[in-house]
Design a protein around this ligand. Sequence first.
Ligand code: UDP
Length: 371
Amino acid sequence: MTILVTGGAGFIGSHISVELLNAGYNLMIVDNFSNSNPEVLRRIQKITGKSFEIHQIDLLNEKDLERVFIENRIEAVIHLAGLKAVGESVVEPLKYYRTNINSTINLCKLMKKYHVRKLVFSSSATVYGMPDKVPIAEDFPLKAMNPYGRTKLMIEEILQDIYISDKQWSISILRYFNPIGAHESGLIGDNPNGIPNNLMPFITKVAIGELKELKVFGQHYPTIDGTGVRDYIHVIDLAKGHVAALDKVLKTNSINTYNLGTGQGYSVLEIITAFESITGIKIPFQLSEPRLGDIAICYADSSKAKMELGWEAEKGIIEMCRDAWRWQRKNPNGYQDNKLISNSRIRDSGLMNMESTEEVEKNVVDEKTYT
Ligand code: UDP
C-alpha cells in the first residue's frame, strides 16, 4: 500500500517516513527541498534498511504533481509540505498564503481527480491562539494570530468543506504541540536554517558552542517560574501519531481533529535544567523581554487521540533532551557535512530510486560518524 508523504524530507516528515517504512507501508516522498537536505533520504534508508521513492516536486507545480498521481497507485496522503516560520510569515504573508494554501488546493484537487480520498493533514496548536485555559481540547475556540497560523486554520476549514461536499473522503487533522528530540540513531533530526527560532535547537546549538547563550523570552508569565510553558512532544511519538491516524483514515470515512501532545507542560527553565542534567553541559542564558505574540502556557488534552486512535505519547523529557543532543553532537553542521546526494543528482521532478544511488553514497559516508 503506497502512502504519499508531502514534505517527507523535513524534520517531522523524515521521522514519519521512518515510522511508515517500519510499519510496512510503501513510501513515496514528494519534497521540493526548499527547507530540507537530500542527505536525509539516505539516512532514512540507513535506519530502516528499506527503499522508497522520492520525487523532487513543488506542490505549486500542478503538472509535475499530476504525473505522480498518474504513474502511481496512491492509497493515502500525509500532507506536511509548507512554510512554517512564524516570523517570516508576518513579513511575507503573501508567500505564506500562496505556498501553503495553493499547494494544498492543488494536492486536494488531484486527490479528488484520481480518487485518492484519504488524507492526514499536519496542523498546529497555533490555531488555538491565546486559549482561555489549559489543557487545550480540540473543541476550544480557534483563532490564529499570524499568517502562518491562519494558513493552517484556513486549510483546516477547506478540508472540512471538502468533506461536506463528498463524504467519501476520510481526513485526519493533527494539531501538533511542540515537537523536539530526534531519532535515537542520531541519524536524522531537526536541521533549521541559520539561527534557530525554536527553543530546543537553540539550546543544542549553545551546548555545542555555536551560539553563545540562550535568551529566555519572558520571566513574568503566570507560570511555575515566570517563563513560558509548552507541551514538548518527542518527534518519534508525533510520527507514530501519524501512523495511528493513517490507520484510522484507511478504515473509515470521516473527518476528525486530534491534538498530538503529551499533556504535560514544561517551562523554559525546566527544559534548560533537564537538558543540563542529562548532558552535563551548562547552558548559559539571559532572562530577556517576552517575544511578541508568545502565549504564557500551552499544553494539550490529548485524550481524544488516545480514545479514538489508541495513541499516546510514550517518551518523556529525558529522551527528548537526550535524543536532540545526540543528533546535534553527531551532526554539528546538520546534514551539511554529508551532502551525499547533491541536488543535481535528483532530476527535476524525476524519480530517484534509493537503491541505485547506494553505491555512490557508500563511498562518501564515514560510517564511524554514526556509531
Ligand atoms: N523560547 C525562549 N528562547 C528562545 C526560543 C524560545 O525562551 O530562543 C521560549 C518561547 O518563548 C516559548 C518556548 O521557549 O516559551 C517555546 O518556544 P518555541 O519557539 O520552541 O515554540 P512556540 O513558541 O512556537 O510554542
